[in-house]
Design a protein around this ligand. Structure first.
Ligand code: GTR
Length: 328
């Protein structure tokens, strides 16, 4: 796995910026750059590649999408910033790193809000998904698609955490979002916000005792090698967002914008199909690798999550959003 230091990242960003401008100036073709932290073959990566194929076909090769996977362009916080400022054109991130920037995205990660995947799809594919998507544009990001991310559950090193009592006092890595930090505290754990790329070694060296994620990420990140208890708390179904730089988007002609939007839309069912297969594959592979998958007392966890709603769902806009999600 490639680990980029901040200075290497800055250098890479600077070298990327030059051909990016040159490409547009040459007007014979545009290469749009997309970032993702996951390794090649992960369903989000394949979704964007599928979209790129459609775009290339439909523009006769004039517009291409080049994928930089495996954190080649940095962690999600970095790629979000680079995308906002048009240094790169797309980034695929979870909703969590957007929470402190775009308040509406907080709703999507709230504990036990989505009843299941079908409910999440219904919300994201409908007017509520569009409404949240519109909110990202004032922060320089055009929401192109929502991808699946399954359900997030705990994986821990010292013991399994079927009951919240077992989680008490454990240091749990969370995404860099205030809501996520507060949620861990509500569950009784000590929250340690860390970028994704640091989690493996943090688990290995005991900086943290566990983390939480969906099964495909638990598998592809190899975290199952260092934290063997995967307890299915399924406390959040926060989806993924494929965001395009508004600066890059605005530079394209209207018909090209439309081609991109349509291709992004068509990439969603493709991604979802791969996701379902990947969930199954991941379960089998982590168990074969010595991990245990256990059920949890989900009701006990859900009971502890009310303070998060009291703390984060205060203003009228978020309240209404959460109510409409529930009613969907
Ligand atoms: C994964 C998600 C990533 C990132 C990661 C994390 O499930 O796809 O975008 O949010 O979790 O926990 O940092």
């Amino acid at each position: 796995m490639t680990v980029l230091t901040p200075s290497r990242r800055a250098l890479l960003a600077a070298t990327l910026a030059t051909p990016w401008i040159a490409n547009r100036a040459a007007a014979q073709g545009i290469t749009l750059r997309a970032a993702d932290i996951h390794p090649d073959g992960y369903p989000t990566i394949e979704g964007v590649k599928f979209m790129g194929k459609l775009v290339e076909e439909r523009t006769g090769g004039r517009i291409r999408i080049q994928m930089f996977h495996s954190r080649q362009l940095g962690e999600e916080k970095d790629t979000l910033e680079q995308t906002r400022f048009g240094v790169i054109d797309f980034t695929r991130v979870n909703t969590a790193p957007l929470n402190n920037l775009v308040p509406a995205t907080i709703a999507l990660g709230l504990p036990f809000l989505f009843r299941d995947t079908a409910h999440m799809h219904k919300v994201m594919d409908g007017p509520l998904g569009e409404e949240i998507g519109r909110d990202t544009t004032s922060y320089g990001l055009v929401t192109m698609a929502y991808y699946d991310s399954g359900a997030r559950s705990f994986y821990t090193k010292p013991r399994s955490v079927q009951e919240p009592d077992a989680l008490k006092g454990l240091k749990i890595r969370v995404q860099q979002s205030d809501m996520w930090v507060a949620l861990m505290r509500a569950f009784g754990a000590n929250a340690t916000p860390l970028p994704f790329g640091e989690v493996y070694s943090a688990l290995q060296t005991g900086v943290v005792d566990g983390a939480e994620n969906n099964e495909p990420t638990y598998f592809t990140s190899r975290h199952f090698e260092v934290a063997k208890f995967y307890t299915r708390t399924e406390h959040s179904n926060s989806p993924e967002i494929l965001a395009m730089s508004k600066r890059s988007y605005d530079k394209l002609a209207k018909p090209d914008q439309e081609i991109l939007r349509q291709a992004a839309k068509e990439s969603v069912p493709h991604m979802r199909k791969l996701w379902t297969a990947m969930e199954e594959e991941a379960r089998a592979k982590v168990v074969a690798g010595g991990a245990q998958i256990l059920d949890a007392d989900k009701a006990a966890y859900e009971k502890l999550s009310q303070p998060i709603y009291d703390q984060f769902v205060k203003d009228a806009k978020l309240k209404s959003l959460v109510e409409r999600i529930r009613a969907a």
